[in-house]
Design a protein around this ligand. Structure first.
Ligand code: SF4
Length: 378
């Protein structure tokens, strides 16, 4: 039987983030599949230097798996609470929006499942307006303080020079689209990375995000994956300082969501636990546990391959041509890699680190033997 959720009763707020895997862990006493991410295209009009799926971007692509087949697999996920639609740029072709994305969003809305779409919002506003009646969260990346920044970051990997005027037009359109959709009532969540370019400028980036009317500012450290693999890596001290600086200057009326943080309540470093304590006490600030492989799987809608995330090096764990998503999820739960980060400290509301974070900063740490330090829960 397909469970239906009443969307009215589950507004997305700092108190209710349906993407956080800790909710289903608390409810069911174990990790269960509640979230599916769907890669609907590998095409994109940009080539950002940090793109987490940059290596998979293409110039052309073949046909997608028929929607009916995809929806059948989603139907089988009894506890489905959220879907995320990602790319590439999902709106690259208007036909994809009309014939694939909107039907998926309608399916989710009909089932009471929350939806998110990851976009750069640089294309025609009408494409995003088509989704507006059915979409819960429009998620954008925003790491800029000017059109020059956007030009420097957004086309580095294009393989050909992109004129300054061309990129400036896209930058302006992105900002206008964000403001227009926000004014129209859409929940726009802007994500910034903490990286070597942004870590000292996040307060300015935050101000522009607030001015555009975004409902939420998401902040995630950047880790070395795909295009970002060769970029300079910040130290944990840099990340900590950057987060404190942002908290000192943020607009407290905007929800700030921090994710994939490399700081845990089991740390022996007092400065880590002090930062976590501050994040917990601040109004309108939340820290999301990492969904990848905990409550979420990613499906490539061209090949049918099912991954733990859309950007890690972990190979596909199954295929929707042959497996149900629940079968793939149960298989992943027995995988040694999953076991290596499968820890849970209820008082600290933490269910373990992300695999990329461990690989980047904690290679020699066995998280399964650690426990939250008591002062960190207060
Ligand atoms: S759940 Fe894991 S990472 Fe989080 S505080 Fe506990 S031991 Fe550390």
């Amino acid at each position: 039987m397909i469970h239906k959720i009443n969307p009215e009763a589950t507004a997305i707020t700092p108190q209710n983030d349906p993407w956080d895997p800790i909710r289903s862990l608390q409810r069911h006493g174990k990790h269960v599949l509640t979230s599916v991410e769907l890669t609907v295209t590998n095409l994109c009009n940009m080539r950002c230097e940090h793109c987490a799926v940059g290596e998979t971007l293409t110039m052309t692509e073949g046909p997608r798996i028929p929607l009916a087949q995809v929806m059948k697999r989603l139907d089988q996920v009894d506890r489905l609470e959220t879907i995320s639609i990602t790319g590439g740029e999902p709106s690259f072709h208007e036909a994809t929006v009309r014939d694939y994305i909107v039907p998926l969003l309608k399916y989710a809305r009909e089932r009471g499942v929350r939806s998110q779409l990851n976009s750069n919002l640089t294309l025609d506003l009408t494409r995003y307006e088509m989704m507006a009646p059915y979409l819960d969260v429009m998620h954008i990346s925003f790491n800029y303080t000017s059109a020059e920044d956007f030009h420097r970051v957004g086309f580095v990997r294009a393989g050909r020079p992109v004129q300054r005027e061309t990129s400036e037009k896209l930058y302006e359109r992105m900002m206008e689209n964000t403001a227009a959709l926000s004014r129209g009532g859409m929940f726009v969540s802007a994500e910034s990375m903490i990286n070597y370019r942004t870590h000292e400028r996040l307060p300015d980036i935050h101000r522009i995000i607030a001015e555009m009317g975004c409902r939420r500012h998401e902040v995630h450290p950047m880790y070395p994956s795909s295009f970002a693999a060769d970029l300079p890596l910040l130290s944990l001290n840099d990340f900590r300082a950057s987060i404190h600086r942002l908290l000192d200057s943020r607009d407290p009326d905007i929800w700030m969501l921090f994710g994939t943080l490399p700081f845990y309540a089991c740390s022996s470093l007092e400065e880590d636990r002090r930062l976590l304590g501050r994040l917990r006490r601040e109004r309108n600030v939340t820290v999301r546990n990492d969904p990848d492989g905990r409550n979420r799987l990613n499906v490539n809608l061209f090949t049918g391959d099912v991954y733990v995330t859309d950007f890690s090096d972990v190979p596909a764990q199954g295929s929707i041509h042959t497996d149900t998503l629940e079968q793939v999820f149960e298989k992943w739960k027995t995988h040694p890699l999953n076991g290596s980060v499968d820890c849970y400290c209820p008082a600290a509301q933490c269910c373990g680190p992300n695999l990329l974070v461990v690989d980047s900063y904690y290679k020699d740490v066995d998280f399964t033997t650690r426990k939250a330090v008591e002062d960190s829960a207060s």
